[in-house]
Design a protein around this ligand. Structure first.
Ligand code: C2E
Ligand code: MG
Ligand code: MG
Ligand code: MG
Length: 294
């Protein structure tokens, strides 16, 4: 017992734990400031259809930290969830994304592009989530039919009834839904059929595996997800497509939409708009050269 107490005492004064606690408080304080100082930015990653034409984008948050440089969501999303700062962050993300959609709505080259926005559990389960979204769409003048909300399985399962109610209300306004990271959670095929999703995004873990054509087990999972999704009348998006081999495999299995470094990295809006143009040009050249049409 004395030994245990001694161990605890040592842990209590462990300088590395002390440093970790301090770092966490600093991160939270800095993130609060970031929300006020507009340090949060959206990067955009293109999604392409079977012909390689850009058909949409996913908005991915970044934090332009004054001292630490550009930070990805892994550095702050968990903290934002735990502290509740995900709610104001989510509003900022949605407002920025919808504003961008309305700007693209005025450009002939971008006015049919859909924009997917990631929604966190705590944000989605706010009682006034539906009205917040509708207000932002209304105020920014975004076309709700081009807005897509990405939800995860675990988020849906936190409260299935509440999720379905909210999804139906938003769908009535034209907003669409994608099931993100499919295959990583419970993946109950039974409830997927009862949820009003428009598309399913196969998690990149499976796409990465689909590279290996050894035993074919991982390829079978991808095939099964695509078959199931299509049988439910939903589109399939493959995330994390990095190689031509992966693209060819997915094309042969009738995947609808492709997203990954093979086509574009997430980029600030100006660079993203140039990527759109480059993707379109490559696509035109491909079809003139008699490339695959379907
Ligand atoms: P996600 O929604 O599954 O987003 C896809 C992630 O895969 C992004 O990471 C993207 O940069 C990365 N990615 C895209 N193509 C490739 C590829 O070919 N190879 C590899 N290895 N990775 C690829 P990112 O931007 O770091 O975002 C990570 C996660 O953070 C997202 O996963 C999403 O769950 C969350 N997130 C991002 N932005 C937001 C946001 O605005 N709100 C909320 N609530 N969550 C966000
Ligand atoms: Mg996503
Ligand atoms: Mg995903
Ligand atoms: Mg993911």
């Amino acid at each position: 017992q004395a030994k245990a107490a001694g161990r605890n005492a040592i842990h209590f004064f462990d300088p590395s734990i002390h440093a970790a606690i301090e770092a966490r408080f600093r991160l939270e304080a800095e993130f609060r400031a970031a929300l006020d100082n507009n340090e949060l930015v959206l990067f955009y990653q293109a999604q392409v259809n079977r012909r390689g034409e850009p058909c949409g984008a996913e908005a991915l948050i970044r934090w332009q930290h004054p001292a630490r440089g550009l930070l990805g969501p892994a550095a702050f999303i968990n903290m934002a969830e735990e502290t509740g700062l995900i709610a104001p962050m989510g509003d900022t993300v949605l407002r920025t994304a919808c504003h961008q959609l309305s700007l693209w709505g005025e450009q002939a080259e971008a006015d049919t592009l859909s924009l997917a926005v990631n929604i966190s559990a705590r944000q989605f389960h706010q009682p006034d989530f539906v009205n917040r979204i509708l207000t932002i769409v209304d105020e920014t003048g975004a076309n709700p039919r081009l807005l897509k909300l990405e939800l995860t399985e675990s988020l849906i399962l936190t409260d299935l009834d509440d999720s379905v109610t909210k999804m139906r209300a938003l769908r009535a306004a034209g907003i669409r839904f994608a099931m993100d990271d499919f295959g990583t959670g419970y993946s109950s095929l039974a409830y997927l059929s009862r949820l009003p999703f428009d598309e399913v995004k196969i998690d990149q873990a499976f796409i990465r595996q689909a590279q290996l054509d050894t035993e074919g087990a991982d390829r079978s999972i991808v095939e099964a997800i695509i078959g199931l999704t299509h049988s439910l009348g939903m589109r399939v998006v493959a995330e994390g497509v990095e190689t031509p081999v992966q693209r060819e495999f997915l094309l042969s299995r009738r995947c609808d939409v492709f997203q990954g470094y093979l086509f574009s990295h997430p980029e600030p809006v100006t660079a993203f708009e140039q990527t759109l143009e480059a993707l379109r040009k490559a696509c035109t050249m491909h079809s003139i050269a008699g490339g695959k049409q379907d």
